[in-house]
Design a protein. Sequence first.
Length: 403
Amino acid sequence: MKTRWKQLILGTLTMLLLGLIYAWSIFREPLLESFPMWSMADISLTFTVSMIMFCLGIIVCGKLLEKMKPRWILLLSGILICIGFIAVAYSLYLHDPQSSLVRLYIFYGGFCGFGVGTGYIAILNAVGAWFPEKPGLAGGILLMGFGFGGLILGSIADAMFDYLGFLWTLFYLGIAFLIVCTLVSFVLRNPTEEEMAALSVGKKGSTEEDHSFTTGQMLRTSYFWLFIIFGTFCASGGLMVINSAVPIATHFGASAAVGLIVSIFNGGGRVVIGMIFDKFGTSVALIYNAILFIIGGVLLILTAMTGNALLLWLGLPIIGVGYGGFPALASAVARTRWGKAHYSVNFGIISSNLIVAAFMGPYLSGLLQDLSGNFNSTFVMITIFGVVAFLLALVMVRKERRG
């Protein structure tokens, strides 16, 4: 059906725009130049707030999607992000740095973070429903767009700073978000019952309705808690290097371009793990994802021991694939294991693991670097996280086989 591929293409392009939230680092330097009295911790808290509000946006609007059409949720996303960017552009005053910092948290962290989560879940929910036989691939492609957003649009926004200045760039970005989300909202929709029946014929040869778990029922399963802890270790291990790829590369004499490579593999990993899920099932995908962290961690340890930068070029991208793989896994598992009726809320709850990981990974990595003065202990911890994730995967595989 041509309609579903149109939904996937437009959804991916919109997710690319929403992924700009991951390009927070490009806004950091201009803000520090304008407000040198702000500490790095002050600035970094903005990203933490945006990640928390991102998760809350997924959960809250996931519930709304059970009663509202996804196009209205996507339109709300565009409005919130537009307000956030424009408000930041017009509410930062050099003579009032403390109040300006609070407004930055509210408008960028709160409005933009919540707005991105809103659009993110609207697109995943609507487009994913068009691919009942390929939930891993569809979710992986959408999430690849989201993962590449920070890389591609971050570079564009950075170039805009030179021509328009920081504040005007924020203004035009806000307008761009509103225009794109509004235009796509006219097209984004769930499949009709007739379309869903036709799509489901190819799904294991049956049109039978899947059993769906409410969020409360999902939370009462041991599999859910194993899965979300598994995801927290994967995300924490990935964030230990994702946010420090360039410093790690330069520390070992490698090109800073390795940071770009990691971002590419982070985006590509979402499709790769999604395809593995579709072809081999949940168990194999879980094992693969955990093993990536073990292999990547060991290669990074060997880099520290030998100083061979080639091992670094292998280790960091592998970690990137593993980090990118879990969101695709989470989307596919939420839809196939706990059903599509409450998918939006259930996926939002699973995605909340990012809140813990956003603190755990970067904070622990920074603490280890402060204590040791190098990245060696960070690499060891990534490997340990991979081993823990692998053991959790084995337990989940056992539960899967028991039914």
